[in-house]
Design a protein around this ligand. Sequence first.
Ligand SMILES: Nc1ncnc2c1ncn2[C@@H]1O[C@H](COP(=O)(O)OP(=O)(O)OP(=O)(O)O)[C@@H](O)[C@H]1O
Ligand SMILES: [Mg+2]
Length: 463
Amino acid sequence: MEKRRVTEEMLQEVLHSIDEGIHVVNTEGITIFYNPVAAALDGMAVEEVLGTHVLEAFPSLTNKTSTLMQVLQTGQPIYNQRQTYTNRYGKRIVTINSTIPLRVGGRLAGALEVSKDVTRIQELAEQVIDLRRRIRKPGRKTAASEPRLFRFEEILTRNLQMMKAIERAKRAAATRSPVLVVGETGTGKELIVQSIHSASPRRDQPFIAQNCAAIPSSLLEGILFGTVKGAFTGAEDRPGLFELADGGTLFLDEIQAMPADLQAKLLRVLEEGAVRRVGEGNARWVDVRILCATNEDPALSVEEGRLRRDLFYRIQVVRIDLPPLRERREDIPLLTSHFIQEYNRQLGKLVSGLLPAVEDMFLRYDWPGNVRELKHAIEGAMNVAEGETITPEDLPPHLLPEAKLPQPEGEDRPLREVLAEVERRMIRDTLNACGGNVRQAARRLGIPRQTLQYKLKKWGFKP
Ligand SMILES: Nc1ncnc2c1ncn2[C@@H]1O[C@H](COP(=O)(O)OP(=O)(O)OP(=O)(O)O)[C@@H](O)[C@H]1O
Ligand SMILES: [Mg+2]
């Protein structure tokens, strides 16, 4: 008995300290649990709701509109439903609710509602839309402060596969077919997409980009398709990005991260050529060209159920694959000198190139962050470079050459050599883990700082 009371009290503590609203009713609809967060969201006092019937505590709700009452009637859960309402202080609140039936011993015992306050996120999303609406007015002259879209001429390459990809993209620019650009992070997907728009007949119409990752499904839906003022949702009348991009191009980045239910809706929009604002019955015709990008192998996204197969076929009418930088090393020198020129201008420097040792490192390094990583490495180096050439000391430690692990078999190598390599590798990894801090790395490695500094110097790396 005592143990049970302790558990119950602990549970109460948990439910009171959680930052989501929690509302539990019994089968009659009487509130048996209501935490302070729920009370704050609803603009009620806990005592006003606790022990009272939901419809009595919230007279504006009915058996049909109250999700708790619905779940009691159907026994079916309702997940991630967005609700917009004005609380009694006149404040507009947007929540995302999940309401689930509670069963004890197989019998319905009540219903639980969890509400997450997304008012701030919603407000930000709307501000972003309003800003974009102002910025990308069709026909409006672009302000000097506004970044210009990339063009094909600015995509530098000597690699045959890249050239072919650019050629495909150029041909696609003339059409209105959907294009899917596939490539690792930093390979230039955004460059290709922007260039397609810049070279297309739509170039004077809006270009709108939306990243599909990291936005909850219920918000992304409103952002893409728009919302209407409705009695039930209480949302504002607001066009979605489809409407704002009318006549132009809509770029959906990280398409594989779009929630499944939205993927189905997107497919319908693409097939019908019309959008319905959330909460609205009739459709609005839109003329929007869709470009998508993904940094995941789409076949894998489909196989693992993240990307709907039917949508995948619909968006990859034209597919463009960008090879990672490590598979087009001939581009490294070209891009390097391009970025050096760019940062000479920006930083007012007169750097002319790389020390041969650095050139070598650049050619051998794997560049997991691809062109973007190369660009940032050069930007960082040029901030600290003192002379006319970039030296190893100017670079972040993770660019130190990879030492290969000693081979267990194969050529016989002197023990000394193998040990030296292991040592070098350990030092490099530890330095990386310590963000290049020698004192910290030395402590971790259990050697005096002077020893570490001596070794680094011997290898030509000054911290
Ligand atoms: N071929 C290129 N020529 C010139 N600059 C390039 C090239 N490729 C990439 N860049 C530079 O690298 C940066 C990153 O490219 P981009 O934003 O297109 O990558 P991404 O493929 O969209 O990556 P992510 O998946 O991380 O969004 C660009 O801002 C651009 O400065
Ligand atoms: Mg990108």
